[in-house]
Write a protein that binds this ligand. Structure first.
Ligand code: DON
Length: 617
């Protein structure tokens, strides 16, 4: 079931130089179902959903409704966001979670900003070489499937902290929609039924996953009702006893016992010591269209905020006309190429590594990076190295030596949602199990467990299993460390006022999808739905090519090729590894909310590439 790119560095470099332009060559395991097959048959909305008071945009109508239910009961955006996160853990099992981790960016109506980091951590027993066999080879499956792939979950602690810090309602109240959905069940959509089918090779290996998601092998059909009694019981215990239940109570004991029996690493001690972190929001200022803009975004251990700011800085003096203009696509793709080279070299858990954030996000550094772009011709990634980031006024950061990165083949398995309430409080939240259905293990307590260990550098010089990522030694596995992430919840202010709330799933393509949504809104002046519908493209240094969504016309491909770019359409599957190659027409699932500057209306723009739904009032 799992197909893996496993290439020693030396052959990897040969691959990079020679083979990569020819075929897609890395993989996910059971890679994302092309939900966009359904999207292709439905008309995409051209207008955002308008609401004068509150708005919630998520991947699932039921999730957005759960948020609005809380807003209408007098909750604020943080109450609603926590309600949405718990509800998605029930109705969007691929990504919504209790057993994973994520980030929540908050901007309150009074201007206060906070970033909650509830990324998973490596358990105490984790070792740098824990996925490397006696033969020196990486165990291809251990970091992505089963108990050994699971990092200490952060979601429940993070959600409780966010609620306690800025919410107004009790945990039990905001969890009520999730408990109801788990206990009474919900209607299985066509999308969910086909996802279960697609994921069945992994899910059937674990009895609780098989029972819950594969109907004990009978398989679910669209229209059936999915009830999750074990999950409902766990949610009720958390609602009653708080996050302490998950980390020190019955749920913790159940999880630790199961881990011990099944060869997992997580102990009671790991759970008891898990701590979400409050981090300073990353910020940058721009002028565009006669307005002063501020970008609020995710700090490390996300790589995304740094990358988005570096890109916006590099593009500041680049005229951008839109995505039917090959020159604009060329300049943005070349920018992406360089920010991904820097990501590979410098980004890691900031609690254990000296990440040169100030240098990477400095305008003068961006100017130097931008000067290496040839406006007429594509660079070759083999000649593009990570830069030497430095703050304005200093010449060098003495930062870590550049490393190589290769990353391919990611589909939407994470989930991003946005919430704005009537008072103007805003939440951008992205959380994940990593792969679709994480480790594929549903634990005895009824929730899926992440496989976030694979976001670490699992073996120096060898790409990690799920996404074929090469990352720096600073991202090596070590107890208590957080693996590097691409998740990039982001909020824009225009002339000091809330303007746009955005973010995406999609592994490295998270960075491109989020960046493009920001450019569409801030630089190109698109309306909210157009900013989400606009076609997306992605360049991540290696492979040395632009990946483009299906909507781009052939003429764009030709114009980019004329500039020397290798171009491919978005795809999933890896023919070289025995996968059936299929076009995955789209990248990212951006569920955003814009604010109408004239009326103050909330403009909910969910991503039509899947079944995103904005609900407002
Ligand atoms: O944190 C990260 O960057 C990854 N675990 C996100 C994975 C993801 O977006 C899955 N979708 N492709």
């Amino acid at each position: 079931m799992i197909r893996i790119l496993k290439t020693p560095l030396a052959s990897l470099l040969v691959l990079v130089a020679a083979a990569l332009p020819l075929t897609p060559s890395a993989t996910g395991q059971t890679v994302a179902k092309p939900h966009d097959e359904a999207a292709a048959t439905k008309a995409w909305p051209q207008q955002a959903v308008r609401g004068a008071h509150g708005m919630v945009a998520t991947d699932e109508a039921l999730g957005s409704q759960a948020g609005v239910e809380i807003l209408k009961r007098g909750g604020n955006a943080i109450d609603a966001a926590v309600a949405v996160a718990f509800a998605l853990a029930v109705i969007e099992p691929a990504a919504g979670n209790l057993g994973g981790g994520g980030f929540m960016l908050i901007r309150l109506a009074d201007g206060k900003t906070t970033f909650f980091d509830y990324r998973e951590t490596a358990p105490g027993k984790a070792k740098q070489d824990m996925y490397i066999g006696k033969d020196g080879k990486l165990d291809e499956e251990a970091s992505v499937i089963g108990y050994k792939s699971v990092a200490v979950p952060g979601t429940v602690a993070g959600l409780e902290l966010a609620l306690k810090t800025y919410g107004t309602m009790k945990l039990a109240d905001v969890m009520a929609p999730a408990i109801r959905l788990a206990e009474e069940g919900f209607r299985i959509s066509g999308k969910l039924a086909s996802e279960f089918e697609e994921e069945s090779p992994g899910l059937e290996s674990f009895p609780a996953s098989r029972r819950t998601f594969l109907n004990n092998g009978q398989m679910w059909n669209a229209g059936d009702t999915l009830k999750q009694p074990e999950l409902a019981a766990t949610l009720k215990r958390i609602a009653k006893n708080g996050a302490a239940e998950f980390y020190r109570g019955e749920t913790a004991r159940m999880l630790a016992d199961e881990m011990a029996k099944q060869g997992g690493m997580i102990t009671l001690d790991d759970l008891a010591h898990y701590k979400p972190k409050v981090r300073e929001v990353l910020r940058a200022k721009y002028e565009s269209g006669g307005h002063a803009w501020e970008v609020l975004t995710a700090p490390p251990p996300s790589s995304g905020g740094v990358a988005v700011i570096e890109a916006l800085n590099m593009l500041q003096n680049v005229p951008l006309k839109g995505w039917n203009d090959p020159q604009s696509v060329h300049m943005v793709a070349e920018t992406m190429r360089r920010i991904f080279a820097d990501r590979a070299a410098y980004l890691a858990d900031p609690d254990f590594s000296d990440v040169p954030v100030a240098g990477l996000t400095a305008p003068c550094y961006a100017k130097e990076r931008a000067a290496t772009i040839d406006p007429a011709k594509a660079s070759s990634s083999t000649n593009v190295r990570a830069g030497d980031p430095h703050a304005c006024g200093s010449s060098s950061s003495n930062a870590a030596a550049p490393q190589t990165i290769v990353s391919l083949g990611e589909g939407p398995h994470t989930t991003h949602f946005s919430v704005v309430d009537a008072a103007g409080n805003a939440v951008a939240s992205t959380y994940t199990l990593n792969d679709s259905y994480g480790s594929h293990v549903t634990c005895d307590a009824g929730f899926l467990l992440n496989d976030e260990m694979d976001d670490f550098t699992t073996q120096p010089g060898v790409p990690n299993t799920l996404y074929g990522l090469m990352q720096s030694g600073a991202n090596a596995i070590a107890p208590g460390h957080r693996p590097l992430s691409s998740m990039t919840p982001t909020i824009l202010l225009r002339d000091g006022k809330l303007s746009f709330v955005t973010g995406s799933p999609g592994g490295p393509t998270i960075i491109s999808a989020t960046l493009l949504s920001v450019i569409n809104w801030m630089r190109l002046g698109m309306d909210a739905q157009a900013a989400i519908n606009a076609p997306r493209f992605h360049h991540q240094w290696f492979p040395n090519r632009i990946r483009m969504e299906a909507e781009f016309p052939e003429s764009m491909e030709q114009a980019l090729r004329a500039r020397g770019h290798d171009v491919e359409r978005a795809w999933y599957g890896t023919p070289s590894l025995g996968h059936e190659a299929k076009l995955h027409k789209h990248m990212g699932l951006v569920n955003a909310i814009g604010i109408d500057p004239q009326t103050g209306d909330r403009l909910g723009a969910a991503d039509p590439r899947d079944e995103g739904a904005a609900v407002g009032y």
